[in-house]
Design a protein around this ligand. Sequence first.
Ligand SMILES: [Zn+2]
Length: 222
Amino acid sequence: MTDLLPYGLGSPDLVEFQLGYLVDREIVADLQALSEAARANGFELRLESAYRSFDKQLSIWNRKARGELPLLSAAGVPMDRPKDEEELMYAILTWSALPGASRHHLGTDIDVVDGAACPDGYEVQLTPAECEGMFAKFHAFLTERMVADKAFGFSRVFIPGRGKIRPEGWHIAHLPTSRKRLEHFSLDVLRRIYERSEMECKRAVLANLPQLAENYIYPYFV
Ligand SMILES: [Zn+2]
């Protein structure tokens, strides 16, 4: 039987880490250790996103395609919705993973901010401006830990020069666990999932799938 976990369709062993955020049970101890290290340095590691199912990612994808959620340009500012299906697909891909190929399906990846630096009532957007602004010290701390190899297995995967998704400074991944989860990922399985899905831009996605994988999937499956 095909293991559908890497596509957000299986039944991963999830536990709630912070209110409402589910992560793979295997990363909890390391995430706790990273969170405590952050606290010891005056930061509050706060999750803004964690596990996401295929259906959730599909809903984000479809709402962006239909204009129900804003589309952001590569610079992170709202842009007009392209009329051409292929252009629209590439516009969504700038900031959103393909359903079935999001690292958030793995339960090993999280989006984090510094709760201690968040002004009261502020709604986090997860933008480069935030990473370089109010959360800059927190991200510098994380970078330092990752370079020193004391980030308990966590790394950034959306970094400059890797694939075509914009660098996402807020996204960190527990690589030892995610590597295990991605071992059997197959583009053929993903194609069959798409063929059965109610997905916007489906024709463009299926027609371009190998190139999409080269630029938007495999560079981040490290
Ligand atoms: Zn993320």
